[in-house]
Design a protein around this ligand. Structure first.
Ligand SMILES: Cc1[nH+]cc(COP(=O)(O)O)c(/C=N/[C@@H](CC(=O)O)C(=O)O)c1O
Length: 398
């Protein structure tokens, strides 16, 4: 019956979790693979604001009925305020259709299905390189996926002129999938001036910008990291935005994300919302109640919200410290090499430039796990393992 089904090769990122868990070298193994934030003690944190919110949600115990297909109103309000600003005009005008989704992944899936249905000739273009699941999700939705020039390994920067030239060759309603901040896997972001030029091209060519923000707060700050999103709105673009609370609320397994679509009018936003709800119904019907309740509670209580922002910035700052520490130790060991990319890059990831064989050596000989494209999740570093990681990297780089 299923003889024709091909075996699943496994996911280059999530597959690392199983390999790491099964690695018996418990005393030395270091997980720099999956984009998860670990504390200085190497633990996955439960944020204080989440603990308080869960205490409130648990007492008195609540029934677990179905949520609306688009999620809790407070959850949707929180997404819109984070992305577009607390009292954004676009929010006040009712021009944003927002739904709660099964993580950022679910937001990308619902958005991709919606686009394929209502813009059937649209092709999707992702940065080269990008988070691998971008390609899988959009191809799975039936879109043809191409790549626009992005990362420049020679300068540890962006191939900006090539990127703009390529975007100028695209057709009306083609989708451009963008990382507003903390680019995955490179950690290299566009400058504000570069965003201005890119969004002007997108407007001029009538392309569809799809912004995937999964690390808001890990770059500059909550508002700075949403700069590109708000600039797109300012330019009058109809923009798709997928967001995730997995990392900045440390709620990975609760599957909390959102999809927002900015429309030219409230009437169009309302119609889009209806079709997004229908798309949700056809995939998973409704979002998870616990995650919705936690986000709603944290984001709509001023004290908890401010506590949350502080906790995110603590995570951001610890990652920055680890970037600096690794850069310093490696520079000391291999002074002839330039490791300044560690502190130039932003967010959770660093694109180390290590080749696949070097990454495999790190894993096999030193029990250090990174993604084979050379991506390191800097949040897995701490003061106890950073010297070991630096020494091991120096070995494979020799
Ligand atoms: C850019 C980006 N967008 C969306 C997601 C999905 O997040 P969700 O948990 O569905 O809300 C991730 C997750 N990235 C990390 C984990 C993974 O690959 O799923 C990663 O890159 O390691 C991203 O890095």
């Amino acid at each position: 019956m299923f003889e024709h089904v091909t075996p699943y090769a496994g996911d280059p990122i999530l597959g690392l979790m199983d390999k790491f868990a099964g690695d018996p070298r418990g005393d030395i193994k270091v997980n720099l693979g999956v984009g998860v934030y670990y504390t200085e003690d190497g633990k996955l944190p439960v944020l204080e604001c989440v603990k308080t919110a869960e205490g409130r949600i648990a007492n008195p115990p609540r029934p677990r009925g179905y949520l609306p297909m688009d999620g809790l109103a407070g959850y949707k309000k929180a997404c819109q305020e984070l992305l577009f600003g607390k009292d954004s005009q676009v929010g006040k005008d009712g021009r944003v259709a927002t739904i709660a989704t099964l993580g950022g992944s679910g937001a990308l899936k619902v958005g991709a299905d919606f686009i394929h249905e209502w813009f059937p000739n649209a092709k999707c273009y992702v940065s080269d390189p990008t988070w691998g699941n971008h390609i899988s999700i959009f191809e799975g939705a039936g879109l043809e996926v191409g790549k626009y020039p992005y990362y420049d390994g020679a300068t540890i920067g962006v191939k900006f002129d090539e990127m703009c030239a390529f975007l100028n060759t695209l057709n009306e309603n083609d989708v451009v999938l963008l990382h507003p901040c903390c680019h995955n896997p490179t950690g290299v972001d566009l400058s504000n001036e570069q965003w201005d030029s890119v969004l002007d091209i997108i407007k001029d060519k009538k392309l569809i910008p799809f912004m995937d923000i999964a690390y808001q707060g890990f770059g500059d700050d909550m508002d700075g990291d949403a700069y590109a999103i708000r600039l797109a709105v300012e330019k009058g673009l109809s923009v798709f935005v997928s967001n995730s609370f997995s990392k900045n609320l440390s709620l990975y397994g609760e599957r909390v994300g959102g999809l927002s679509v900015v429309a030219p009018t409230k009437e169009e936003a309302d119609v889009v919302l209806g079709q997004l709800k229908f798309t949700v119904r056809r995939i998973y019907s409704s979002p998870p109640s616990h995650g919705n309740a936690v986000v709603d509670t944290v984001m709509n209580d001023d004290e908890l919200f401010n506590q949350w922002v502080g906790e995110v910035y603590e995570m951001r700052d610890r990652i920055r410290q680890m970037r600096q520490k690794l850069q310093d130790v490696l520079t000391e060991k291999l002074p002839e090499r330039d490791f300044s990319y560690f502190t130039k890059q932003r967010g959770m990831f660093s694109f180390t430039g290590l080749t696949a064989p070097q990454v495999i050596r790190l894993r096999d000989e030193f029990a250090i796990y990174m993604v084979e494209n050379g991506r390191m999740c800097v949040a897995g570093l701490n003061n106890a393992n950073v010297e070991y990681v630096a020494n091991s990297m120096a070995e494979v780089l020799k």
